[in-house]
Design a protein around this ligand. Structure first.
Ligand code: RRO
Length: 325
């Protein structure tokens, strides 16, 4: 009932983890890979070098939201290539998320991971909000264009950059993790640009960047980095996630999948993402809060929701959102 086709795979259900929570090391990734209700495993966004990330406290939650400023804590891209065979030993696709600190870092990582057989796809994160002094690439159309041109002309771009490694065109499915957009025109322009390239999918949305939560018991913020500014996730961001999924689905060609991410904590939320056109969905904040059991619970809730609404499977309900009341 919940099966989907995604990145050339037939997946038994539509749930994967969002890059971010509990997907940084092999143990965490194997916990996901061995979970029957996770159909595809996504890594924490990686950088060229290992990073410890931002100072603590850098995560906080309440019932409505999460705020994080993890600061790209990760093990460095080579690690994710090295463990890819283990992660895929349970026969699920493994998507490595990359978030270079500059364009050349992204090219180096893509070039390397593209050559590793057990890496199923690469998700290029254009939307990390938490590195002081580094703007989100996805909000800069020119920078996004320049990066995508170089990615798809990688032989030329990398030749001068990295010696002695085999270089070939990007052959793996490439996804883009996008920031939330708040003006329909930004979405049209971004979608038009993305349509010019052989992108397999976009994930909408990353956290809402640079929110501020003040500690109810003090006069300061709940997290330390960037004076308390951090990425907001959780239930409160669902309306923005649904809106972005809907608008990108309308604006992109059918061959580019839209993956829904943002504010999914129960089956009904996943159902709504599919209704506005998501091919599959990612769970972030709810996985952070509840742990691996959320995948089973939300899968079962989604199955019940589909039955209640009279749909036999996800294909029947996908895109059936109707804007006229
Ligand atoms: O590591 C982070 O601080 C982080 C990243 Br890379 C991201 O893409 N989104 C987010 O909320 N946090």
């Amino acid at each position: 009932m919940l099966s989907v086709k995604f990145i050339d795979h037939e997946l038994p259900n539509c749930f994967m983890n969002a890059s971010g929570p509990k997907c940084t090391d092999l143990d965490q990734l194997m916990t996901l890979a061995s979970n029957k209700y996770v159909s595809c495993v996504v890594s924490k966004s990686c950088t060229v070098e290992h990073r410890d990330g931002n100072p603590l406290p850098r995560y906080w939650e309440d019932d409505a939201l999460t705020i994080n400023s993890t600061g790209l804590a990760n093990k460095g891209y080579k690690y994710y290539g090295e463990i890819s065979e283990k992660v895929t030993s349970t026969n699920k696709p493994f998507i490595v998320s990359v978030a270079g600190l500059c364009q050349n870092d992204n090219l180096e990582m893509l070039n390397h991971l593209n050559n590793i057989p057990a890496v199923s796809a690469i998700e290029l994160n254009l939307s990390c909000p938490n590195i002081a002094g580094k703007p989100q690439v996805g909000y800069d159309l020119d920078a996004t264009r320049d990066l995508l041109r170089k990615v798809f002309d990688i032989k030329e771009s990398v030749a001068s950059l990295v010696e002695m490694i085999p270089i070939k065109e990007i052959t793996k499915p490439l996804g883009l993790k996008l920031p939330p957009y708040f003006d329909p025109n930004q979405i049209i322009q971004t979608a038009d640009l993305i349509s010019e390239f052989p992108i397999s999918y976009v994930t909408c949305i990353n956290s809402l960047g640079n929110g501020l939560v003040i500690d109810p018991n003090s006069i300061g913020p709940v997290i330390k980095p960037k004076c308390g500014l951090g990425g907001i996730g959780g239930d409160v961001i669902k309306p923005f996630a649904l809106s972005n999924v809907y608008q990108f689905r309308q604006a992109l060609p059918d061959k580019i999948d839209v993956i829904g991410c943002g504010g999914i904590s129960k089956g009904r939320d996943a159902f709504e993402h599919i209704l506005v056109g998501a091919t599959a969905v990612q769970l972030g904040s709810v996985f952070m809060k509840e742990g691996p059991s959320c995948f089973k619970r939300i899968s079962e809730e989604l199955t019940m929701e589909l039955q209640k609404m009279g749909f036999k499977n996800l294909d029947e309900c996908r895109g059936k959102f109707t804007p006229i009341i």
